[in-house]
Design a protein around this ligand. Structure first.
Ligand SMILES: *Cc1c(COP(=O)(O)O)cnc(C)c1O
Length: 365
């Protein structure tokens, strides 16, 4: 008998999350200098973070020997003001990944279940199974969520439904009115976690106000992050907006100091720099056109995406991904998501996108 062999069966059955390869790792493996490597594998912000956020983060280092404010007073005040909500509707996370984890810790356990779509975010099955709960994966429709099928999958063991909008890794988008209609049909005792990690990238015509729905939908938890459009991926900061009773339970479960002093300070400053986020979103629209036009010219199928990434069918994703790595370009093969013929590519700066396109052409020839 070993310690590992005595771990619960549901823990032993977990398959680890497969992150994008870090630049430093590829540099070690290939000998390529780090500054020549282009990483378009983790939907990171190619502009970095807002200069104001960076300044605030650096200033916060002076307080680094102190515990952070576990109640995140300043950050919650900023978010409450931004959305016209109460601070008791907010839970702060170490990235929105943490918000998803806390939701499963709070509401799932053995005998319970969570529903999510095929080709959706890998953390949903992971976080569900880590709680000893059952993961119910509902077949996708055109690579996106099939809301009717997801509704039909809800039985009395289901406590959480995960909806990513836009979805990752496919980038598919559900209009707000379809989500509202879905919410109206979900049983009141089932929490809908609406994961809006990419919502800042939506063009104005696609926007909807899910946070505004929370007041009349006590079973809705909207999950947002500053890690993508705001560029705080490495600092880690996410938040959930929900009904005070739901939030209260989640705040009991989370680690007391789950958001660092640096992340909280950067987040407050980042929220004040809306112009930065607008610029990021505009670059994203242009980069999306740049990549998808190149895919079309190469005769490659791609999935229209509302995120800061796009998924393209290359035949053998692992092989193409490896051929790109040799050229110093990191993208994400998504065989782990059940899409072995596809690559997911994050939108970069125009020059990075061009590097990727040139390398892809070579990889496929
Ligand atoms: C990236 C991502 C997240 C989590 O990102 P954090 O860095 O933890 O905020 C959550 N959901 C989806 C769908 C994502 O793609």
């Amino acid at each position: 008998m070993t310690v590992a062999s005595r771990a619960p069966a549901h823990i032993r059955a977990l398959s680890p999350y497969q992150p994008g390869k870090p630049i430093s790792e590829l540099a070690r493996e290939t000998g390529l200098p780090e500054h020549t490597i282009v990483k378009l594998a983790s939907n990171e912000n190619p502009f970095g973070m807002s200069p104001r956020a960076r300044e605030a983060a650096i200033a916060a280092l002076d307080e680094g020997a102190r515990y952070p404010d576990g109640n995140a007073f300043a950050l919650k005040a900023a978010l409450a003001k931004k959305y016209g909500i109460d601070v008791n509707q907010l839970v702060i996370g170490n990235g929105s990944n943490d918000v998803l984890e806390i939701a499963t810790q709070t509401f799932l356990g053995p005998g319970a279940a969570a529903v999510f779509a095929q080709y959706s975010f890998a953390v949903y099955p992971l976080a569900t199974q880590a709680r000893g709960a059952r993961a119910i994966q509902v077949p996708a429709k055109n690579y996106g969520h099939d809301l009717d099928a997801m509704l039909a999958a809800i039985d009395d063991t289901v406590r959480i439904v995960f909806l990513a909008n836009p979805n990752n890794p496919t980038g598919t988008f559900l209009p707000g009115n379809e989500i509202e209609a879905f919410l109206a049909r979900v049983p009141q005792d089932v929490l809908v976690v609406l994961d809006e990690a990419y919502t800042e990238f939506l063009p104005p015509a696609k926007r909807y106000d899910a946070i505004g729905w929370v007041a009349r939908r006590p079973n809705l938890l909207v999950s947002r992050t500053l890690c993508k459009a705001y560029g705080l991926a490495g600092l880690r900061l996410g938040y959930g907006v929900g009904n005070p009773e739901v939030i209260d339970l989640m705040n009991r479960v989370r680690q007391p100091f789950n958001a660092s002093i640096v992340a909280q300070a950067a987040a407050v400053a980042a929220l004040e720099d809306e112009a930065f986020v607008r610029e990021v979103a505009e670059n994203n629209q242009q980069g999306m056109l740049q990549l998808t036009a190149a895919f079309t010219a190469l005769g490659l199928e791609w999935i229209p995406s509302a995120g800061n990434f796009v998924t393209v069918k290359v035949g053998d994703g692992a092989k193409a991904g490896a051929a790109l790595l040799e050229q110093g370009v990191i993208v994400r093969p998504i065989a782990g998501y059940g899409m072995p013929e596809w690559l997911r590519v994050s939108i970069g700066l125009p020059t990075e996108n061009e590097r990727f396109i040139t390398a892809l052409r070579k990889a496929l020839s």
